[in-house]
Design a binder for this molecule. Sequence first.
Ligand code: GDX
Ligand code: MN
Length: 384
Amino acid sequence: MSLVVFPFKEESPDLLGKNISAAAAHPAVDEVWAVASSESDVTSAVLEVVETASVSVGTPVDVFPQERIGTFRPGKGDGMNTAIALAADRGFDRVHFYDADITNFDARWIEGAEAAADRGYEVVRHRYPRAATDAMITWMVTRPALAMLFPGSLIPQLGQPLGGEMLLTSKVVGALAEDPFVAARSDWGIDTVLSHATSVLGVPMYEHNLQEGKRHSLYGSLAELRDMVVECLDAARSLRSRARPAPGSVLEKDLPAPAPADLKEIVAYDFDATVALLVEGWTAEETSLAELLPDGIGDLLLQSKSAPNFSFMNADRWGVVLGHLLDGFVLGEPAWEALAFRLWLSRVLAYTTGPALEGYDDAMDYLEATIREYEKNADHHVVR
Ligand code: GDX
Ligand code: MN
């Protein structure tokens, strides 16, 4: 008995309807839920596509707003946790989660996950190639932080610890539903916390590869990612001193496949609009915090008060910065949030104008190599 869940906020009803129908039509799927960010997302257009999908395919489809469960900003985490709590009560054997904005969602996603679950994996995570300048939170915040916090374990091997597409068995859903640390994480931090929580259960995990990539809405200026950056950073920080996976925990993966040609050419964000953000909005408080950055990094960053300066932010300096942020960052404090965001922008721009220009495959190898370096130097970067 499998359930498919789409958390959604302000998505196109047509796309949502198409994805719900694709899920509902799959023979392995017994029920589909669309969990809205609020009542106002459950529009008449959404109700109509849900009704159409349900009637045409004959699989029950339900749409309802998320509950207020967590203690952080009410966001995607509340949506996922609402579904986790209800699904645990209903006793589904398997629960799939998919982002609602995927434009190439089809039966292959469900089949890939179900097939791995049939082979005994209790957590199946979809992974897919992404443009060289996409996934900048994954590559610059979450994977480096997890490498520093859990070196030598399977956690730094997770390809997409922020990915929202996965299958969980009832045993895993039950464990997550009873975990107050997971329930609290109502914001963008949910994916990080779920990646950690599922990795320490001692159940076998699998990464299923979707070669053509996940096609979904991309971004304009990276300002759109500000909340996600600070919330994912805080979520990673919250994992300091939390459990490591038991020795012998298993993570297996499909072999990596070459990325599609068009994806190798995509520029994932608006460069000029993003550079402008480096110079904007400095406050006295942020300046004071920047002055405390180690290794002279504050002086280099503060040059951006007059003109954008970012090429200094190589992988080594970024490792020092991230260690500093994992130590002292405070979510909800404007100066810390502004500083963390500006540092991350500097790192993304330095990478975009440096290693990312070397061609797709070299850029990916470079990024993966940075993660291995952070893992190797974990003791140097962060006090766990
Ligand atoms: N119920 C609910 N409530 N759904 C939400 C909310 C919310 O407050 N906010 C967003 N969503 C839905 C949204 O409609 C979509 O289906 C999904 O959550 C992901 O949001 P999207 O705006 O498409 O985010 P993005 O940037 O594509 O992020 C996804 O990938 C990131 C990553 O891989 O780096 C998403 O799964 C992130 O959690 C992840 O960090
Ligand atoms: Mn998306």
